[in-house]
Design a protein around this ligand. Structure first.
Ligand code: NCD
Length: 300
């Protein structure tokens, strides 16, 4: 059987996503084999900072009876000595049953999959994709409403935000309508927007949150991806240019949910945390059952 990698959300069709989310729900209700991955080892190769993604993958493997290994910080591994990613991956393939990788370069996870002899999961490749985040985003939406034909707003850095890219692609499978709002220069990449439109997705660009707040079912807010900017001046030109407040949400549909992949900087006022619309902490918690389902998918 061919090794199963998860590199992009495009690796799934709609029924594949639905099946995985159903499995995650079953896991969430504690109906799963705690020894399903007994004796299996997950290599966690993170070349960029992470709290949620890394810890929830580590929790996920532990809850299934397996263990994880990692090099600690990037400076502590041989890539700091000039080893290529290809060689690192060949070597790590010999130490683990699957590899979760996060890397600052777009395409790095796909490259890793070419050299790995075990399954590779992309935990974020530069401004590319972040499929495990999208699966937990969809899981969180499904906890509140059926995903079909909903109006979803993507707000923030849609140029560099990999979570927005993967989510937009996934939503095109569910006949969703996309509303976008981003600072000038941080719009959804043209290639992605064209690809989505060709798939029949309607994309409406807005100039303000007020303009769209009454029309949407999901408000997906993202952080400006400061680390992808060429210099700090260009970051400060757009920093703090949007902020979700409880006052803005008074015009929202009653069932609207506010999501954010986190970490947030200043784009969601902490007062929103108390609002019945806020779902972002629940969303991050959902990372564990969803990643357990993903690990069982590729490692069993
Ligand atoms: C996101 C990421 O790394 O792309 N974080 C996460 O995995 N939850 C979003 C971000 O860093 O802004």
């Amino acid at each position: 059987m061919a090794t199963r990698h998860i590199i992009s959300i495009g690796d799934f069709d709609r029924s594949g996503i639905d099946r995985l989310l159903d499995h995650a729900r079953q896991i969430d209700s504690k109906k799963y084999d705690r020894n399903a991955l007994n004796g299996k080892i997950l290599a966690v190769l993170f070349f960029e900072p992470s709290t949620r993604t890394r810890m929830s993958f580590e929790s996920a493997i532990a809850r299934l009876g397996g263990t994880s290994v990692s090099v600690g910080s990037v400076d502590a591994c041989s890539m700091a000595k000039g080893e290529t990613l290809a060689d690192t991956i060949r070597v790590v393939s010999g130490y683990a049953d699957a590899i979760v990788i996060r890397h600052p370069k777009e395409g790095a996870a796909r490259l890793a999959a070419e050299f790995a002899t075990v399954p590779v999961i992309n935990a974020g490749d530069g401004a590319g994709q972040h499929p495990s985040q999208t699966l937990l985003d969809l899981y969180t939406i499904r906890q509140s409403m059926p995903i079909d034909k909903i109006d979803v707003a993507l707000v923030g850095d849609l140029r560099y935000g990999r979570t927005a890219h993967s989510l937009a692609s996934a939503l095109s499978l569910y006949n969703a309508r996309l509303h976008t709002l981003s600072p000038t220069g941080l719009e959804l990449p043209d290639t992605l927007a064209t690809e989505l439109t060709n798939k029949g997705m309607e994309i409406i660009n807005h100039d303000s949150i007020e303009e769209m707040i009454g029309m949407i079912d999901v408000l997906y807010v993202t952080r400006i991806q400061r680390e992808r900017f060429p210099d700090s001046a260009s970051y400060f030109n757009v920093a703090s240019s949007y902020r979700i407040t409880p006052e803005l949400l008074t015009k929202a549909k009653e069932h609207l949910i506010v999501l954010h992949p986190l970490p947030r900087v200043d784009e969601i006022d902490p007062r929103v945390d108390e609002s019945p619309h806020a779902r972002y902490f629940e969303q991050s918690r959902n990372g564990v059952p969803v990643r357990m389902a993903m690990l069982m998918d590729v490692m069993q």
